[in-house]
Design a protein around this ligand. Structure first.
Ligand code: NAD
Length: 367
């Protein structure tokens, strides 16, 4: 295979589309589903906060198989600004009260729930009942029981459900999956991974309220590290033991700040992880029988980088969210399950639930 040219995201946007980028990626191409020619599907974003505004709407300017057709917001001023900026028809703008009327709108095929975690279940179920396919942001819900309800409701409505796990469409991450799952350097024997950032935001934000966020750094950031271990091994963990640390108990009085865990997998690998709202972490290191590989940063939107046996990976970054949404649009068109369906969110939430149980019990907890 030809060496892959390293490209910055800006170059990438300038030089071409996601599909063109996929051609550069070689192995990633087979994983990028291509839509049937014809209709681009309409996406409605629900909740116009920092992720919807900063990442998803801009990414939807680069998608091939779907486009930003509608919005759902409780703030009329945002509706006006977004309608102008993204040329959204007024008939495709909803608020939280009239949201269910979206059922009668043929412009909207996919509803993307980008709300605080405590609202994921309600809006996913309402969207499915309105006949729309759904992408729900991570963490999927407050706990595994809610995830099961969401999966059941989408199944009953015969609608596809996907979780906003953008990294499954990201080429460095795909390379780690390949190296680990295909045992390119023999079996993976050890993984250490962490994800976190130093929270200096609003002390009254929903992220710091257990009822709205479900938890703190573990729910928000740790979910990536849990998933990193799962996709590197291609196995499901069976038990976990966790402990936590709080250096700013006033700020994090309602939610976890920093959590450390050890996961037990069926293969007996040593797998440790950590999450934090008080440390800047983003790495995944894997040791296999005959080699090592790592990503750092491992979980961000951009600038991912990695090494294989100490040598740079030299893989370009892409617009992850554009690849993710295009893939889901293709899945909807082809009536095919997403590679990150609701069940994938449920698997992570089962681990999160067990970590919280272990923090309470101080013991190993089955997952
Ligand atoms: P945010 O606080 O910036 O946005 C939340 C939006 O929900 C706001 O527009 C807010 O007005 C709206 N909202 C509606 N009802 C609300 C209520 N009762 N209380 C508070 N807000 C309410 O949050 P965000 O960072 O955009 O995160 C939204 C979701 O996206 C979360 O689930 C988060 O975990 C997820 N997220 C995912 C990624 C990713 O990389 N996949 C990155 C960031 C956020």
């Amino acid at each position: 295979m030809k060496p892959i040219v390293k490209t910055s995201r800006r170059d990438f946007i300038r030089t071409g589309s996601i599909a063109a980028g996929a051609l550069m990626l070689g192995p990633a191409l087979s994983q990028l589903a291509l839509a049937k020619p014809g209709k681009r599907l309409g996406v409605a974003l629900v909740g116009l906060g920092s992720y919807a505004g900063g990442q998803l709407a801009p990414a939807l300017q680069h998608t091939k198989n779907c486009y930003l057709a509608g919005i759902v917001t409780g703030t009329p001023a945002k509706a006006t600004t977004w309608a102008k900026k993204y040329n959204i028809a007024s008939k495709n703008i909803y608020n939280y009260q009239n949201f269910d009327e979206i059922a009668g709108n043929p412009d909207i095929d996919i509803v993307y729930v980008v709300l605080p975690v405590s609202m994921h279940k309600e809006y996913t179920i309402r969207a499915a009942r309105a006949g729309k396919h759904v992408i729900c942001e991570k963490p999927m819900a407050l706990n595994a029981a809610e995830c099961r309800d969401m999966i059941a409701a989408c199944k009953k409505a015969n609608r596809l459900l996907s979780i906003g796990y953008r990294l499954h469409f990201e080429p460095h991450t795909q390379e780690v999956m390949r190296l680990g799952q295909k045992q390119v350097f023999g079996k993976v024997t050890q993984i250490d991974t962490g994800n976190g950032f130093t929270y200096n935001g609003d002390p009254n934000a929903w992220r710091l309220k257990k009822a709205m966020a479900g938890g703190g750094g573990l729910m928000d950031m740790g979910i990536y590290a849990i998933q990193g271990s799962r996709y590197t091994l291609g196995q499901e963990p069976i038990a976990v033991k966790a402990r936590q640390e709080k250096t700013r108990p006033q700020l994090f009085k309602d939610v976890d700040e920093t959590v450390f865990w050890e996961l037990k997998f069926p293969g007996g690998q040593k797998v440790t992880g950590k999450s934090s709202y008080n440390h800047d972490w983003s790495y995944l290191r894997a040791r296999a029988e005959k080699g090592t590989f790592e990503l750092q940063p491992a979980y961000g939107y951009d600038g991912l980088d990695g090494k294989i046996n100490g040598k740079p990976m030299q893989i370009p970054n892409i617009i992850q969210q554009a690849a993710q949404m295009d893939d889901f649009a293709t899945c909807v068109t082809l009536k095919k399950q997403s590679r990150v369906p609701g069940g994938e969110g449920l698997k992570d939430m089962k681990v999160v639930d067990a970590i919280y149980r272990s923090l309470d019990s101080g013991k190993w907890e089955n997952i």
